[in-house]
Design a protein around this ligand. Structure first.
Ligand code: PMP
Length: 412
């Protein structure tokens, strides 16, 4: 939450801090428009990862020597940085996982059965990533509950009044994205938290495409759980976060058993550590956590509010620019959308589009984006998706548009 940047940042200069962005692909300057899948890393994060291995590396916790203490301090300090980024009341509410997928599975397996029982309903939308569908299906199968999905509008917008009609006395858990990874739709989390609270349902937010693009504050959002992946926030892969309310984490049983998550172990039984360590069995992703800490320092030095404004302007520009491309249809045009522009082209299949424009050095994603129910809802097998990060620039969309016109000429 802390915003240390008083002045408008120079985003062109910030872009230069990402070494990979100066490389060429297929003999052309790289145009990286696949940040929703994973973002590129600034030098500062690469340096932090290198230093963690080269200067302070050792396993964390329990070690009484210098390096173990240095590693443990660096690792544990990142909990505070994450809590600060999320506006979470306590660093003990921050659990490190391997990614958002693991975070959601942890909630489904450890919190799910405490609140969802036989005949109950878990409410999601058709716009979920598979990571926010399958764990709930597994929970539903385990306890005899049902997963119910509310629709979105044909323009990708979210209708809160319509959503409310899907809630009933059996709704015990609601799981929604902060921002859709296909539509870019921003869900009204604060209002939805109140709705979930009034319904007596737990509220899980898949923040994968949320906190990477905009300031967030858990107190203001009011949800019970919020998850994200470090690799989309300019940090390393293999590290994710689960934030949960202290009182909910306290009553949850462990996820995995092993070292680090225990209090006392006997042959017949064990007692468990308090959260967050209860949920971090085994050697954690030490260096990945330290790299995430550097990434958080980086985005906070810019200011999440500045990143939000910069990217909102870019998405508006991208829409304007791509609207000129003949036969291009946007999938997702909700007001205030964030981060991604999904589209189809009358002339060519998304896979052909992606393969062809790769020849111009343009990296986009084509496929179902791990959102098959949404593809079914929009009656398409796949879409092309251009997605941005703080290093993206208007010229990325100029090159994309020119390259798409070329696709039109080839297939036209
Ligand atoms: N939810 C959303 C909205 C996502 O965009 C993604 C990543 N594409 C995930 C969940 C899963 O994240 P990860 O693969 O890093 O666990």
């Amino acid at each position: 939450m802390t915003d240390t940047s008083a002045h408008k940042p120079d985003f062109a200069a910030l872009r230069n801090q990402f070494p990979i962005l100066s490389r060429e692909v297929n003999g052309k300057p790289l145009v990286y428009l696949d940040s929703a899948a994973s973002s590129q890393k600034p030098q500062l994060v690469l340096d932090a990862v290198h230093a963690a291995y080269a200067e302070t590396y050792s396993n964390v916790h329990r070690g009484l020597h210098f390096l173990s203490e240095a590693s443990t301090d660096a690792y544990e300090a990142v909990r505070g940085k994450v809590a600060n980024l999320l506006g979470a009341p306590s660093h003990d509410e921050v659990i490190f996982t391997s990614g958002a997928t693991m975070s959601l599975n942890l909630i489904a397996q450890c919190h799910g059965p405490l609140v969802v029982g036989e005949g109950d309903e878990i409410l999601i939308t058709v716009a979920e990533h598979h990571a926010n569908i399958v764990p709930w299906q597994m929970l539903a199968q385990r306890v005899g509950a049902k997963v119910v999905a509310a629709p979105v509008g044909k323009d990708g917008s979210f209708d809160i009044e319509l959503f409310k009609t899907y809630i009933n006395s059996r709704t015990k858990l609601i799981a929604l994205p902060h921002v859709s990874n296909v539509l870019g739709t921003v869900f009204p989390i604060t209002e939805l938290s109140e709705i979930a609270r009034n319904a007596g349902a737990s509220f899980v937010v898949d923040g994968c495409q949320g906190c990477i693009h905009m300031p967030v504050d858990m107190a203001a959002l009011g949800c019970d759980f919020y998850v994200f992946s470090g690799h989309k926030l300019y940090g390393p892969s293999g590290i994710g976060v689960l934030w949960g309310r202290a009182e909910l984490l306290a009553e949850m049983p462990p996820f995995m058993g092993g070292g680090d998550m225990i209090d006392v172990v006997e042959i017949e039984r064990s007692t468990y550590a308090a959260p967050p360590h209860r949920f971090e069995a085994g050697t954690p992703p030490i260096v990945e956590v330290i790299g995430l800490g550097a990434a958080i320092d980086f985005v906070q030095s810019i200011g999440m509010d500045h990143i939000y404004q910069h990217e909102a302007a870019l998405i508006a520009y991208g829409h304007e620019r791509l609207a000129d491309v003949k036969g291009l249809n946007f999938i997702g045009e909700a007001d205030g959308k964030s981060g991604v522009i999904s589209f189809t082209l009358d002339a060519a299949h998304p896979h052909d589009i992606s393969t062809l424009i790769d020849q111009d050095g343009v990296a986009i994603r084509a496929g179902h984006h791990c959102a098959q129910p949404l593809m079914t809802f929009f009656d398409v097998s796949s879409t092309a998706r251009a997605s941005i990060g703080l290093y993206s620039q208007e010229s990325d969309f100029d090159v994309l548009a020119t390259s798409l016109e070329k696709v039109n000429r080839i297939f036209g």
